[in-house]
Design a protein around this ligand. Structure first.
Ligand SMILES: [Zn+2]
Ligand SMILES: [Zn+2]
Length: 287
């Protein structure tokens, strides 16, 4: 057995035994980066398995297409399976690497350089794909200026809007001009008394895509930050599964559903974090 395969088996064991805790996912990511830099054929063969395990299905398929021996029956079978997943999922449901505080800070700086305003209730709108980066300039329907970053999540207004720039959302101009909302004001947790906070959430914060009506969680008297789309596996990788289950909003049956949820599956969870005490909470719905 070659050294790459040996190391892979060890890391995979760790990943499975800890049910994918943050350290095991970080270790797999470090290994993935090492293999990506190597020119060794054996390293690339193992890299297919690493991509597959982390659900980079498109990358796994494309790499195996490049290096796989098509006269080998096992390889052909694997290519067939991977192709199906790659077409259905792409890299869309890849398990994200848990970020260190330094990485989070760097991401913030990158966003500021791109001219993305800071959204308190939606801190990583590029990562959650509330905004998309386009290759070419598009024109914002609100201010008429060109932008490369445009809004891709729900905006409830009478008029059909093609493009909104981040600045027009942050300033409240878009909501005012089109009499629209990014989040339904009645689909939010109780317990926030300050009307300015509700105004910021529904008129000046990018929304997210739910299977059904989007709902916004609150904690410690304020709305929470929306962090992204998750299932049990993502919650384990972030080390917050226990924390989100410890929530009076859920009965025992619902707690079990959260523990079995799959990102992109029939039961989708949406992750939030309290801006004051740091507690993680989820919302969930069915397709
Ligand atoms: Zn604009
Ligand atoms: Zn709190």
């Amino acid at each position: 057995m070659n050294e790459y395969l040996e190391q892979y088996i060890e890391l995979q064991k760790q990943f499975q035994e800890t049910k994918g805790n943050p350290n095991s996912v970080r270790a797999l990511y470090a290994f993935k980066e090492k293999l990506e830099q190597s020119e060794d054929k054996q390293a690339k063969e193992v890299l297919v398995s690493v991509y597959d395990l982390l659900d980079f299905k498109k990358d796994a398929y494309e790499l195996l297409c490049r290096i796989g021996n098509r006269s080998d029956k096992k390889t052909l079978k694997r290519l067939g399976t991977l192709r199906e997943y790659a077409e259905k999922w792409g890299n869309h449901y890849a398990l994200l690497k848990p970020k260190t505080p330094e990485e989070k800070q760097r991401e913030k700086e990158r966003q500021a350089q791109m001219g993305l305003p800071a959204f308190r209730y939606h801190p990583d709108p590029l990562e959650t794909r509330a905004f998309e980066e386009s290759e070419e300039d598009v024109v914002c329907d609100c201010c008429g200026k060109t932008t490369r970053i445009y809004y891709r999540s729900p905006f409830y207004s009478v008029k059909e809007i093609a493009y909104l720039c981040p600045a027009c959302i942050a300033s409240g101009k878009a909501a005012l001009k089109f009499d629209g909302e990014f989040q339904d004001e009645y689909s939010v947790d109780d317990g926030v008394d300050d009307p300015d906070k509700l105004d910021e959430l529904i008129h000046r914060t990018p929304g997210y895509h739910g299977w059904q009506q989007e709902y916004w969680r609150a904690h410690c008297g304020d709305y929470c930050a929306f962090l992204g789309y998750v299932g049990a596996r993502e919650l384990r990788a972030l080390g917050v599964l226990e924390e989100v289950i410890d929530d009076p909003a859920w009965d025992d049956e619902q707690k079990e559903m959260i523990q079995e949820s799959v990102n992109g599956g029939h039961l989708q969870c949406y992750l939030f974090q309290c801006l004051h005490c740091g507690k993680h909470l989820v919302w969930m719905d069915l397709d």
